[in-house]
Ligand binder design. Structure first.
Ligand code: DGL
Length: 275
């Protein structure tokens, strides 16, 4: 195993992982981060298991080549469809000592603390919904809870094309919220089970019934990672601490920079890579 410390890798199919990066940096500003968005091949949410696994493995290996020892899959679709196989089939043989973590488990743990009615709604990509990863985690941790899973296939495309703030997006935001609330009116907590969705938060808040909690994952994943670092000093020492963040994208860097800068409220300068 190579012992030179490196940045923490943050991977998403596109821009959504920036919401997780923000949450993580608020809790752990001292570390260095390397963000990779596979924008050229996004969205992942409608792709098959095999393809999401292949794409995610390629991205994780690229982040390892850049020196990361710890990679966060800041993408529910990749966490649902690729995390377990990467942890069980790829890491032990080829990268012992490196770690890959996902976003679903910490989210489910947090939701259990919040819902009073024990009826929750999941809004996610078709891939995450089809995997039933949230349902399975809920059944393990909170068997008394009822979860209604709703796919929102139009939300990621609206965000990736920069339409999230425009009036035309209202129709599709309202449509999926109405669908999940009609399926179970006792829902008191809506989980945004896709890291892109916080970019639609103002509209989601506008159309969700009053009093319903809306759970975005950034802070939750940040808190959970801070806890992980405390429990794993052997990984912590392999993560450099300079407060620096770099960005990689598989799309044209200028296109990435212009939208990422809006989402991050900061000037972003990425480099393009091929996977
Ligand atoms: N942001 C990702 C997620 O959390 C995936 C979006 C997509 O590429 O479809 O699921």
């Amino acid at each position: 195993m190579e012992h030179t410390a490196g940045k923490i890798g943050i991977f998403d199919s596109g821009y959504g992982g920036l919401t997780i990066l923000n949450g993580i940096r608020r809790q752990l500003p001292q570390y260095d981060y390397l963000y990779l968005g596979d924008n050229a091949r996004a969205p992942y949410g409608t792709r098959s298991f095999d393809i999401v696994f292949d794409f995610t493995r390629q991205a994780v290996e690229e982040l390892f080549r850049h020196g990361c020892h710890l990679v966060i899959l800041a993408c529910n679709t990749a966490s649902a469809k690729a995390l377990r196989s990467i942890q069980q089939q790829v890491l032990p043989d080829r990268y012992p000592g490196r770690r890959v973590l996902g976003v679903i488990r910490p989210t489910v743990e947090a939701v259990g603390e919040i819902s009073r009615t024990r009826h929750i709604g999941l809004l996610a990509t078709p891939g995450t919904v089809r995997s039933h990863s949230y349902r399975m985690e809920i059944e393990k941790l909170y068997p008394e809870m009822r979860i209604t899973e709703t796919a929102c296939p139009m939300w990621v495309p609206l965000i990736e094309t920069g339409e999230a703030g425009n009036d035309g997006a209202d129709y599709f935001v309202k449509k999926y919220i109405d669908t999940v609330m009609e399926a179970d009116p006792e829902i008191d907590t809506l989980v945004l089970g896709c890291t892109h969705y916080p970019l639609l938060l103002p509209k989601i808040r506008k159309f969700a019934p009053e009093g319903v909690n809306i759970i975005a994952q950034g802070e939750i994943v940040g808190t959970s990672l801070a806890d992980y670092m405390r429990r794993h000093p052997e990984i912590d020492v392999l993560c450099t601490k300079g407060g620096d963040t770099r960005y990689l994208t598989t799309e044209n860097a200028e296109i990435f920079d212009s939208l990422a800068s809006v989402f991050m409220h900061d000037k972003i300068r990425s480099s393009r890579i091929s996977l």
